[in-house]
Unconditional design. Structure first.
Length: 482
């Protein structure tokens, strides 16, 4: 069925399915009618008329079986049935009662004018009711119109043929027959309205089902993307004798723009990185995966690790659009000397906790986020030494920008306070306290940004025998001289 609005493949299939039910119902009706005709014909012993009626019903049943086969073939092949074929089918079906009235006129059971008001006229209405299953208001209205015209044709034929006959006395005023025809036409128009409403509900239901299927497919794809992204995160913490390292990530959506990573380098150092691509969702997830891949390759290639930011920025600037960038932090740990080199491309805060003074230091970035401007040069890394119980804490802005119901952000001050209170905890416990604190502060408000945290902590028991303070002073002097 091809009306202008029937563009949905799902709707076309639903219309064909409904049409198959209508045709099946009509076949059942014709089958019952055939039985009735045979029984009545045998009872009246009018075998010629019985044969004529039976042949007529058989032809109609054969036609409907052909239509049903065509519908099922269209459903199986995903094809359509031409509009002109539907119109022909409507014309033939709507005239079934008309032909039945002609047969009654020729039969012995009713006088001609009695046949015009016999119960057989109700078959028009049955066919009109069944036509609503076409889900086409136009075809349903056409069924009503053709049925009314067919009834009027029989009426005029009867009036002309029997006008001089004695059966004229049985005739009712012509107004009555026009009322019957008007009722048939009105039934067709009302059925068209019903078909229109059914069509609207079916269309809405199919649209909702299609939307749900698409949404389920998107969620399925996002679940796969989330699984892949989570697999890219380190499965376990690196095993170091004097250091404790832990990381954690929780996207705001199925996928996120944050990531953390650690990588053992050929020179024995451990590279700990954290990236935060703008936004959250599948797009930023792809950007963060790209940044991770570039960072891992660059850390192996570049001997001078302060050049890693230059390389990453150049690569990402070539790949990303103007409105996308990545804040990035890199900590290079030498387990033998406890020295760390800290590089940051627009990422903060990077918090260094000093156990000796019970204070935190907020380390500055060496330049703008990656991917914003190609060709930018970044400053050299900050060099620090971790004393026992010192730690470096990297978090993304999802922590300190999360708001409570009053619109207040968790903030850097609370973040630093939790770190100070967690100085005796393991790296994993520090992250757990940060998570609990921000969730408790926000009071169940929606997480709008990704959360990622990495903690590097030097253990309290160390095998090195040297003055941490003296070494810190020498590093400071060396950095100032450079």
């Amino acid at each position: 069925m091809s009306e202008g609005a029937l563009k949905s493949e799902a709707f076309q299939r639903a219309a064909l399915t409904s049409e198959s039910y209508r045709t099946t119902g009509l076949l059942c009706l014709l089958g019952a009618l055939a039985i009735f005709v045979v029984v009545r014909g045998l009872a009246s012993r009018d075998f010629p008329l019985l044969a004529l009626q039976f042949v007529f019903i058989t032809l109609i049943i054969g036609h409907e079986l052909i239509v049903l086969r065509a519908i099922r073939k269209a459903l199986r092949d995903g094809s359509q049935i031409a509009t002109d074929k539907w119109v022909v089918n409507v014309f033939l079906e709507s005239q079934i009662p008309t032909v039945a009235l002609f047969l009654l006129l020729s039969g012995p059971w009713l006088r001609p004018y009695q046949a015009l008001v016999a119960p057989a006229v109700l078959v028009y209405f049955l066919l009109i009711i069944l036509s609503t299953l076409r889900l086409s208001p136009t075809l349903t209205a056409l069924t009503g119109l053709l049925s009314a015209l067919g009834y009027l044709f029989v009426t005029f034929y009867t009036a002309l043929r029997f006008q001089n006959s004695e059966v004229r006395s049985d005739a009712l005023p012509m107004t009555v027959y026009f009322i019957y025809a008007g009722m048939i036409l009105t039934g067709g128009l009302l059925a068209a309205v019903v078909a229109s409403r059914i069509r609207t509900h079916v269309t809405a239901a199919l649209r909702e089902a299609e939307l749900k299927n698409k949404l389920d497919q998107v969620n399925h794809d996002l679940d796969i993307a989330r699984s892949i992204q989570q697999d890219l995160l380190p499965a376990q913490s690196p095993i170091l004798e004097n250091f404790d390292v832990a990381g954690w990530n929780q996207p705001a959506d199925q996928t996120g723009g944050d990531y953390f990573d650690w990588q053992s380098l050929p020179d024995g150092r451990l590279a700990i990185s954290l990236g935060d691509a703008t936004g959250h969702g599948i797009g930023p997830a792809l950007v963060s995966a790209l940044c991770r891949a570039y960072a891992r390759a660059s850390l192996v290639i570049d001997d001078e690790h302060h050049q890693v930011l230059d390389r990453l920025n150049r690569l990402l600037a070539d790949d990303l659009s103007a409105n996308r960038f990545v804040t990035f932090a890199l900590v290079l740990l030498d387990p033998m000397t406890s020295e760390v080199e800290i590089l940051s491309a627009g990422h903060g805060p990077i918090v260094r906790y000093q156990h000796a003074t019970r204070k935190v230091e907020n380390l500055e970035a060496q330049g703008i986020p990656l991917g914003m401007i190609a060709g930018v040069s970044y400053e050299k890394a900050l060099v620090r030494r971790l004393a026992p119980n010192d730690m470096i804490v990297l978090v993304t802005d999802g922590f300190y920008e999360w708001e409570n119901p009053n619109g207040d952000e968790f903030g850097l001050h609370r973040l630093e306070s939790v770190i100070l209170q967690s100085h005796d905890c393991s790296a994993e416990e520090v992250i757990a306290r940060l998570r609990f604190s921000v969730e408790d502060f926000c009071g169940g408000t929606e997480q709008k940004d990704d959360l990622t945290a990495v903690v590097l902590k030097r253990k309290a028991v160390t095998t090195r025998v040297e003055s941490d303070v003296d070494h810190e002073v020498s590093l400071t002097a060396k950095s100032a001289a450079a």
